[in-house]
Design a protein around this ligand. Structure first.
Ligand SMILES: [Zn+2]
Ligand SMILES: [Zn+2]
Length: 431
């Protein structure tokens, strides 16, 4: 819970700036780039740290240019590539080398967006974040046809519309030659799988008519989101849900891709393809900055995807909670003989009953539970409304993928592996 605590401690600091910024239409992006900063873009000079109101010089200009690049000030290139784009700050500094109130407003908005304490000063932490590789699409960009929202209790943001179906198809348009094709496929499919394991999405590969196309390109390749720029710099971009280019994910083939690197970038880009924007939570997959290899979705990513789509399918029939199905409060799965009831109670406890007698329970009452998911990764998990797991069978794994939970006529609740075999049981047999 360390990350949550850290976020909470920051929350009070940026309440006021966020409220002010809400009128500037905070939301996701239309075409999204992950970038490693080039030398010319980094606020690299040590002198930039500690700058505040009244400062002057070349380092002030670097801060201004950095913020301008990411959407805080007038920028003809952004205006050309992003429909209806406007800068986050409505006024320009009178002199790019003078740290005036306009630049201070930009720094404050930048700090709010990155989940930093809002000081208006390029302090050490702000300076450190400015050195890091990041997604190059502008902050505070509100794509057309999207109602701008930013709920300060939910650090994730939305990006464009949503898919009308959660059964999506994908295609590999081509591959990088950096490593084996089979490994390229599995890296990207692992990223897709991470999203399916905590949502109602499913993905199937097709040869044409796909929703999401994954491809590797170099230089100018016909995207309005921008040309790729060679090694480092821009790594990839993705489009929000829609037809045509909608949902498509492009990787810059000038990068030296490896499996874990590709999966990390793909996980972030697929989030955009599903309709998520950037998060202010620094350990979330949807944080704007690339912070190294990380192929795990975090609480905030789960809360984000659940805010846009159902987190699971409801169970149908008796005796089983299948992969991808789940229970919300007061829902149950019954054994087929009707003698046993596995009920997710509104108090957050998952309880197995024989008649009115409890046989087994997770003991999570009062833990703030929100839903139980039989995930496609083989893990049965109780989550709270913030996407934080509060109880789990801890049985995820490749051999457990698409496992199912059986509420048996003998009174035992058993989590079966895909190919048979018991991964977990309540050990309440036999009645
Ligand atoms: Zn991004
Ligand atoms: Zn592209």
């Amino acid at each position: 819970m360390a990350s949550t605590n850290r976020f909470d401690s920051r929350l009070a600091l940026f309440l006021a700036p966020l409220a002010a910024a809400a009128s500037l239409a905070l939301v996701g992006c239309a075409a999204d780039d992950v970038t490693t900063l080039g030398d010319e873009d980094a606020v690299a000079a040590e002198g930039a740290a500690g700058l505040g109101l009244g400062a002057r010089g070349a380092d002030v200009r670097k801060v201004y240019e950095y913020l301008r690049r990411y959407g805080y000030f007038q920028n003809a290139e952004l205006a050309e590539h992003y429909p209806d784009w406007t800068p986050a700050v409505s006024r320009e500094p009178a002199d790019p080398e003078l740290f005036d109130e306009a630049l201070e407003e930009g720094v404050r908005l930048y700090q709010a967006q990155q989940g930093l304490p809002v000081t208006g000063i390029v302090d050490a932490e702000t300076h450190r974040i400015m050195q890091m590789p990041r997604c190059s699409h502008p902050d505070y960009y509100d794509p057309p046809s999207v109602v701008p929202t930013l709920d300060i209790e939910n650090p994730y943001t939305h990006f464009g519309g949503t898919w009308s179906s959660t059964a999506l198809s994908y295609k590999f348009a081509n591959y990088t030659s950096d490593f084996a094709q089979a490994s390229v496929r599995s890296a990207i499919e692992s990223a897709l799988f991470s999203w399916t394991s905590i949502s109602s999405f499913s993905f199937s590969e097709v040869s044409s008519g796909e929703n999401i196309s994954f491809g590797f390109y170099t230089g100018s390749h016909g995207c309005t989101g921008g040309a790729f720029d060679g090694s480092s710099g821009v790594l990839a971009h993705a489009y929000s849900p829609g037809s045509g280019l909608g949902g498509d994910v492009h990787f810059d083939d000038a990068e030296s891709w490896s499996s874990a690197f590709l999966e990390t970038v793909a996980l972030h880009e697929v989030g955009h393809a599903l309709g998520l924007g950037h998060s202010t939570v620094s350990n979330a997959t949807m944080y704007a900055y690339y912070t190294g290899t990380d192929t795990q979705l975090e609480d905030d990513d789960r809360a984000g995807i659940w805010s846009r789509y159902a987190s699971y399918a409801s169970p149908s029939g008796c005796g089983s909670l299948n992969a991808g199905q789940g229970l919300s409060a007061e829902q149950s799965v019954w054994s087929c003989d009707g003698r046993f009831q596995l009920k997710y109670q509104s108090d957050g406890n998952l309880v197995l009953y024989m008649g009115s007698s409890p046989l087994w329970a997770t003991g999570t009452n009062g833990a703030g539970g929100d839903r139980v998911l039989m995930q496609e990764d083989g893990n049965l998990v109780i989550y709270n409304a913030s996407g934080h797991p509060v109880w789990a069978t801890n049985t995820p794994g490749t051999s457990n993928r698409y496992a199912n939970l059986a509420v048996q006529n003998d009174g035992n609740v058993v989590l079966y592996r895909t190919g048979g075999g018991v991964a977990w049981a309540s050990n309440t047999c036999c009645h």
